[in-house]
Design a protein around this ligand. Sequence first.
Ligand code: PGA
Length: 270
Amino acid sequence: MANQKLVMANWKMNTTYSEAMVLISGVLRRCEDLENVKIVFFPPSIWLVPIKEQYKQALLGAQNIYSFAQGPYTGEISAEMLRGIAKYALVGHSERRTIFNEDDSLINAKLHAAFRANLIPVMAVGEEEPIKIENLTDEQILDKITSSILGKSLLASTRGLKSDQWEKLIISYEPIWAIGTGHNASGEYAARVIRSLRQIIKKEINETIASDISILYGGSVTRHNAADYAGYKTIDGVLVGGASLKIAEFSSIAESFSVSNKWDKSNEVS
Ligand code: PGA
């Protein structure tokens, strides 16, 4: 992908209208001079249009989409409706999977719907419990992940994607045990798992996509641990929940990624 790290703000079901406007304007102001980093905001869908109208420069994503373009689906928003408003769409977040019972086949349908509407999907996958990877070789970790929910979910959720879609897809590796808990995965753990995900993609899809696809980490990222992730070339950025609601905190996370340039990660896939 581009020579830029991605720092994404998932506001979840937070912010009133005025809080949303204060938050976005504060972050945009604090981060306007940052180089080598692309910041994407996922506000509640109801604030997408007012934000878009007032801050044309903001890159926006939807926190959720439905798999159909229109119809009798009360309360849902389709990817088609987001054309011209949002550029990205989050699919497969663990809160959608667990609280709203979304399974891999629905997520797969949403992924295809996003591509049909020209949105860039950010697909989240993650395991429920920490994987015991200490003292294991990369090969052993790969075996473990391939046969785990994580590996299976990655492939089931992306079924039927064409290679030009794989080229656009962004994956966010989000261990469920780390989301909103304050127990973040270490940079080393995240990097080792992400390398395995690239290996799975290399085997199932192809080497170029495995190397070029953007894979982020998400789960209790703060200003204190962001630099740890930014230090690994295989980690293309972060998806931030709780800490994205504070202007100074989130801007400082973005700064950590701005100072770390995109390294050549070609030797990380083989
Ligand atoms: P968190 O959320 O940063 O609050 O752990 C991350 C996420 O849900 O993507």
